[in-house]
Design a protein around this ligand. Structure first.
Ligand code: GLP
Length: 242
């Protein structure tokens, strides 16, 4: 695992956007796995700036979703499909035709999860998966004690994650769904390059457990220790406990 400490979130965003741009120059139809949350926004902004400047072409790029709330209609502004459309696809000029995501509204959620794993494999696999990290060390929505070999499946959110995400639902935890579908840790580990970005002191404990702690289901992000090409980008605040 490679750990890169950058001065601040903007520097982390620029570094990862440049890695994505280099990948797209090498492989124009690369499949980029993207995450939601506040942390990756500087990455998407920096990559969109490169597109506007003509420094990278995203016309053949493909985007894959990491996780989704169960039961929120796709057009709900906080469904992750809507969020990614707003924050990633539109700024990068990529259409929904080049977007892969799990169906959180399916009648048969298990079948939808299995279909998504198959779709990822049929698309050739994720070339670069960007990850954030929860304060409890979760990646995607793989909460602590998730199996390290898990596949895409339904999960129940912890109270802490619902509290953390209530800010996207007018601060009202009652509006935060209890259930989600998420790429499993085993699914995530199949991406060819994993890039985890963590910023701010609130992530310092989770970063220390990920990088220096034992490989343990209690800290799902520690599974990155198993991957042959994992990069952890942290700002100075998130690196304070390393
Ligand atoms: C959610 C997402 C994760 C994300 C996490 C942290 O739980 N499912 O993919 O990493 O939030 O979000 P933030 O970056 O806003 O702290």
């Amino acid at each position: 695992m490679e750990v890169v400490i950058v001065p601040d979130a903007a520097a982390g965003g620029e570094l990862i956007a440049e890695a994505m741009a280099q990948l797209l120059r090498r492989k124009p139809d690369a499949l980029l796995g993207v995450a939601t949350g506040s942390t990756p926004l500087p990455v998407y902004q920096a990559l969109a700036a490169k597109v506007r400047a003509g420094a990278v072409d995203t016309s053949r790029a493909r985007i894959a979703q990491l996780d989704e709330y169960v039961g929120l209609p796709a057009e709900h502004p906080e469904s992750y499909r809507s969020v990614l459309h707003r924050e990633v696809l539109q700024p990068l000029g990529i259409t929904l035709d080049a977007f892969l995501g799990p169906d959180g509204t399916a009648q048969d959620i298990q079948a939808a999860c299995e279909a998504y794993d198959r779709a990822l494999a049929e698309a050739g696999g994720v070339d670069l998966q960007l990850l954030g990290i929860g304060t409890d060390g979760h990646i995607g929505f793989n909460e602590p004690c998730s199996s390290l070999t898990s596949r895409t499946r339904i999960k129940t959110l912890t109270e802490q994650t619902r509290i953390d995400n209530a800010r996207f639902f007018d601060g009202d935890i009652e509006q935060v769904p209890h259930h989600v579908v998420t790429q499993g840790i085993g699914t995530i580990l199949e991406a060819r390059h994993l890039v985890l970005l963590a910023t701010g002191e609130g992530k310092a404990d989770a970063v220390a457990a990920t990088v220096e702690g034992p490989l343990a289901a209690l800290c799902p992000a520690s599974a990155l220790q198993l991957h042959r090409h994992a990069t952890v980008v942290v700002d100075e605040a998130a690196a304070t406990k390393l």
